[in-house]
Design a protein around this ligand. Structure first.
Ligand code: BES
Ligand code: ZN
Length: 626
């Protein structure tokens, strides 16, 4: 690579970008290409080898066959590309892929796979020039591919989890959130299964196991998604529906019946939904997250099926990403708060508009408690990780997945709302999404934009304190106060119960909704005796709750109190469920309380069921070696 030429290129673009930013206008839409290149050059993504300023993908045509026996995807990825006039090569990101052949405009070319680096994998490089238009890569994924989880048994299932940088383990791609492309896919899967993607989806199984997909809106690679399994579809509204295995389809259709209401509420807040349909796929319990905002098709854990629609805020969250994240995308993983903080804010607003302020303030109170706990925990380890703007170079972007991006991000935006007023902030957000739709945003550009259109006086800036929130540690003093009378009553009941002035049978457990029960259990004193947990269980049957959030809080306290009657349930929960948000605190509680041997024994049984995202964290927590 000619570094001189490249730095000139960068320098010119950066100067151009800076001049645009300083006069507070967006780039003129001379050509889509100039805009695309500009967008990408505003922030450097340390988690991708690609060099989009030289050669960048614009469309993917993915032809793939999925083989459950060998756990391999065999595929050809054909990309339309745009190249700079003096381009010499194109670079893709790959992790654990076997590259078989590469063609440029139909002609075979030599390719080079660079050395594998921790976290980011290998660069795949081959020659192109200013006239090159299309490249094809024949390849196979590895049975150990980090994005993929293959579930065996009578009902085989495959799903992907690409965010943050795992798309490159199943598709060679320019795996940077600032690079967007449209896609189509043609996929063969075993008969008796349906294939689904973050694209136009079937609602019936095909007779021959072949499926075709289109995604006509540009998306970044981390939103590429595939699932294969024996699922059924059920419509729940005009633009909304659910997919689930036959055993769960009824329960899923009931649980998520309000999806269309959430969609309407979201559109009323911040503008038209850009992705036509909003469907939800219920994944196997091994799914490592609560939800993933794959465009047109949210992937969700079955642990939110509670039977009473009490956990739908997760759907509100993933739906909100259809604007914050999927329309306006964080430029790099250092800017992750732009995705998640905005999404939590938007989620809360949807919840408030559909279920009322009482409910949304309970959620905000729980979010505040989670944030304070997380700040405490991270401050001891690495205070810089409590800044909204992160520095994840040479680290796993997964390290940024903490309550900071989510809840500090949320309270920061809530602070701005408090200062400028709701109406002005809503106008701002609506315009922000419309102006930056299908493009990327980094923290510095966001600050410039915010200052130019909303916080445009010294008084407003002083009231918000941008720098303290974005570049400073912990929680700024001006953090908004949340208050929920219902949560305060729970706290009072807990204090009474712990002091012995409120009898177990007098707790209003049956009147409490999930948030109140969760608050009670998660705030029990760590040293609560097993006898006292037995009392709670006898009165309120907590062990047999159908709400997995409540069960999780109960199991964690059971470990801390060494309440043995819960241990069988704990083991089956950990073997069945792979959601990292539950696993980490449960295994950690066992380690903290000298029950590491039990943790190891359970983990040995459970580990084969988990996705790489979860084993990555648990292996480290338990110092696991095979
Ligand atoms: N996009 C995230 C999940 C994610 C983030 C996966 C970063 C990989 C890397 C998703 O929207 C999310 O935040 N899920 C949460 C649920 C939410 C209600 C806070 C989860 O899975 O717990
Ligand atoms: Zn999210």
């Amino acid at each position: 690579m000619n570094t001189m030429r490249l730095s000139l290129f960068y320098g010119g673009l950066l100067a151009f970008a800076a001049s645009l930013a300083s006069c507070g206008t967006e780039a003129p839409a001379d050509s889509a290409k100039t805009q695309a290149i500009l967008d990408m050059k505003r922030a450097t993504d340390h988690h991708s080898y690609s060099r989009p300023e030289e050669a960048v993908v614009t469309h993917l045509n993915w032809n793939a066959a999925v083989d459950f026996d060998t756990r391999v995807i065999t595929a050809t990825a054909t990309y339309d590309i745009e190249t700079a006039a003096d381009a010499e090569r194109i670079i893709f990101d790959c992790t654990d892929l076997t590259i078989q052949a590469v063609r440029v405009d139909g002609e075979p070319v030599d390719f080079e796979l660079g050395p594998a680096k921790r976290f980011i994998g290998q660069p795949l490089t081959f020659p192109v020039n200013g006239e090159s238009r299309q490249v094809s890569i024949d390849y196979q994924s590895s049975p150990e591919a980090g994005a993929l989880l293959w579930v065996e048994g009578d009902n085989p299932f495959l799903f992907t989890q690409s965010q943050a940088i795992l798309a490159r383990t199943w598709v060679p791609c320019q795996d940077s959130p600032g690079i967007r492309f449209t896609y189509e896919a043609h996929v063969d899967v075993p008969q008796g299964t349906m294939a689904l993607m973050s694209a136009t989806n079937p609602t019936q199984q095909s007779a021959n196991g072949h499926y075709d997909f289109r995604m006509d809106q540009k998306i970044p690679s981390y939103l590429l998604a595939l699932a294969v399994g024996n699922v059924e579809f059920r419509s729940v509204g005009e633009h909304t529906g659910v997919y689930a295995v036959p055993e769960l389809i009824e329960a899923a259709a009931y649980e998520f019946a309000e999806m269309e209401d959430l969609l309407v509420a979201a559109e009323n807040l911040y503008g038209k939904y850009a992705w036509e349909r909003y469907d939800l796929l219920v994944l196997p319990p091994a799914f490592p997250f609560g939800g993933m905002e794959n465009p047109r098709l949210t992937f969700a854990t079955p642990t939110i099926i509670a039977g009473d629609r009490s956990l739908v805020s997760l759907v509100a969250h993933e739906l909100a990403h259809s604007w914050s994240g999927n329309l306006v995308t964080n430029a790099t993983w250092d800017d992750f708060w732009l995705n998640e903080g905005f999404t939590v804010y938007f989620e809360q607003r949807i919840m408030e508009s559909v279920y009322g302020r009482d409910v949304s303030e309970m959620l905000a109170t729980l979010s505040y408690q989670g944030l304070v706990d997380e700040v405490d925990a991270i401050m001891d380890l690495n205070p810089d990780d409590t800044h909204l703007k992160l520095h994840l170079q040479n680290r796993d972007p997964d390290d940024g997945l903490t309550a900071i991006a989510y809840d500090k991000g949320y309270f920061f935006l809530r602070r701005i709302e408090e200062v400028v007023g709701r109406e002005a902030f809503d106008d701002f957000l609506k315009t922000y999404f419309a102006t930056h739709a299908f493009s990327v945003m980094d923290t510095d550009r966001f600050i410039d934009y915010l200052k130019s259109v909303l916080l445009n006086t010294e008084e407003l800036l002083a009231a918000v304190e941008l720098d303290a929130w974005i570049f400073g540690p912990g929680l700024p003093e001006n953090c908004p106060k949340v208050s929920s009378a219902r949560i305060e009553r729970v706290d009072a009941a807990l204090a009474g119960w712990e002091a012995g002035t409120t009898a177990t049978d007098d707790l209003p457990w049956n009147e409490w909704v999930y948030q109140e029960r969760y608050r009670f259990l998660s705030n029990l004193d760590d040293a609560t005796s097993p006898e006292r947990l037995a009392e709670l269980d006898a009165s309120w049957g907590i062990s047999s709750t159908g709400n997995n959030e409540v069960l999780f809080a109960w199991l964690e306290q059971s470990i801390r109190s060494q309440y043995q009657p819960s241990y069988a349930r704990l083991e089956s929960f950990l073997i069945e469920i792979g959601r990292r948000k539950f696993l980490t605190p449960l295994y950690k509680a066992m380690v903290d309380t000298d029950q590491k041997a039990m943790a190891d024994a359970i983990y040995a049984k459970a580990r084969p069921n988990y996705h790489s995202v979860s084993t990555g964290t648990m292996d480290e927590l338990l110092a696991w070696s095979e």
